[in-house]
Design a binder for this molecule. Structure first.
Ligand SMILES: Nc1ncnc2c1ncn2[C@@H]1O[C@H](COP(=O)(O)OP(=O)(O)O)[C@@H](O)[C@H]1O
Ligand SMILES: CC(C)(COP(=O)(O)O)[C@@H](O)C(=O)NCCC(=O)O
Ligand SMILES: [K+]
Length: 255
C-alpha cells in the first residue's frame, strides 16, 4: 500500500491508499520541524498499530512538504528505517498538469497536489480553496494548466493574532455563528473570523472566475478548516478534505 504524506505548516496528514486508489486509513499529527526520523517512525508505528496495520504493508510513500526543515527526517524515516522509497512532489514532478507561471519551482507541493487531484476528480477549469495555516487558492484553467491563485493568512493565524493583540479578546470556539450580525463579543468574533474567511473566499473566487479560461469552474474546498468555513457559504460545489492526499497518490502513480 501507498502512504501519502502532506506536511503543512500546522499539521501533517497521512493517507494510506490501496492498489485501487482507495484511501483506507487517514491520520493527522502536528508538524514539528525538529522531529527526527526516529520520532516520525515511532508515530507511524503507533498509528498503524492502533488501526491493526503493519508498517511492512507500506510499499512506497509520497510527500508534499512545505516545511523544508523536516523533509530530511521524512526521507530518512522511509529510506533508512522503513527501507521504502519516498517520492517528493514538486512542480517538476510528472503530474500531467503543466504549470503556467514564471517560477514553477516556487509553488508549494501541496498546491500542485491540489491541482492534480481537482482536475482528475472534477475536470477543468477548477478552483480549489485550501483552508490551512494559510488560505490558499489553486486554479486550473480550461486548458488543464495550473495558473496559481491567492495566498492569505489562514483562519487560525488571524484568530491567534487577534487574541494576542486585542487586550479584551480571548479564545472562543471557532465555529460559524447564526448570523453575520454578531450581538455579543463571541458571536461578533465568530462572524469576523469564520464568516469573514468564507466571504473572503467568495470574493476572491468571484474575481478569479472573471479571468480568461476560468469561467464556469467548479469550486472545491479542502484543508483542515474546510468544514468549519464551508458552513458559512454556498460558494463551494464540493468539500473534499482528502484532496491533497489524493493528489500525492495520483502523482506517485503516474511515476
Ligand atoms: N481532525 C480535524 N479535522 C479537522 N480540522 C482539523 C482537524 N484537526 C484540525 N483541524 C484544524 O485544521 C487546521 C490545520 O489545517 P491543515 O489544512 O492541516 O493546515 P496545514 O496544512 O497548513 O498544516 C488546524 O488549525 C486545526 O484547527
Ligand atoms: C501557500 C502555503 C504557505 C500553504 O501552506 P499550508 O497552509 O498548507 O501550511 C505553501 O503552499 C507554501 O509555502 N507555498 C510556497 C509559495 C507558493 O506556493 O507560491
Ligand atoms: K496543506
Amino acid at each position: 500500500m501507498f502512504l501519502a504524506i502532506d506536511v503543512g505548516n500546522t499539521q501533517t496528514t497521512l493517507g494510506l491508499f490501496d492498489e485501487k486508489g482507495q484511501m483506507l486509513h487517514g491520520w493527522r499529527m502536528s508538524t514539528n520541524s525538529v522531529d527526527t526520523a526516529d520520532m516520525l517512525h515511532g508515530r507511524l508505528f503507533t498509528f498503524f498499530m492502533k488501526d491493526g496495520l503493519l508498517l511492512d504493508d507500506i510499499s512506497a510513500g509520497g510527500i508534499a512538504c512545505v516545511v523544508p526543515a523536516i523533509s530530511r527526517a521524512w526521507k530518512r524515516c522511509f529510506e533508512v528505517l522503513l527501507k521504502r522509497p519516498l517520492v517528493a512532489i514538486s512542480a517538476s514532478s510528472n503530474t500531467g498538469v503543466p504549470v503556467h507561471m514564471p517560477h514553477p519551482e516556487r509553488v508549494g507541493a501541496d498546491r500542485i497536489a491540489n491541482a492534480v487531484a481537482a482536475r482528475d476528480r472534477y475536470g477543468s477549469p477548477v478552483v480549489v480553496v485550501d483552508f490551512g495555516t494559510a488560505t490558499n487558492i489553486d486554479v486550473v484553467d480550461d486548458s488543464g494548466a495550473y495558473r496559481g491563485g491567492a495566498i492569505s493568512p489562514g483562519l487560525m493565524l488571524s484568530a491567534n493574532a487577534l487574541f494576542e493583540r486585542a487586550a479584551k479578546l480571548s479564545s472562543i470556539p471557532i465555529e460559524a455563528p447564526a448570523s453575520a450580525l454578531g450581538d455579543d463579543t463571541e458571536s461578533a468574533v465568530q462572524s469576523g473570523l469564520v464568516i469573514g474567511t468564507a466571504a473572503q473566499a467568495e470574493g476572491l473566487v468571484a474575481r478569479i472566475l472573471q479571468e480568461p479560461g476560468i469561467g464556469g469552474a467548479k469550486i472545491i474546498a479542502t484543508g483542515g478548516l474546510a468544514k468549519t468555513v464551508s458552513v458559512a457559504t454556498d460558494v463551494f460545489d464540493v468539500v473534499d478534505p482528502e484532496l491533497t492526499l489524493r493528489g500525492i497518490y495520483l502523482i506517485w502513480k503516474r511515476g
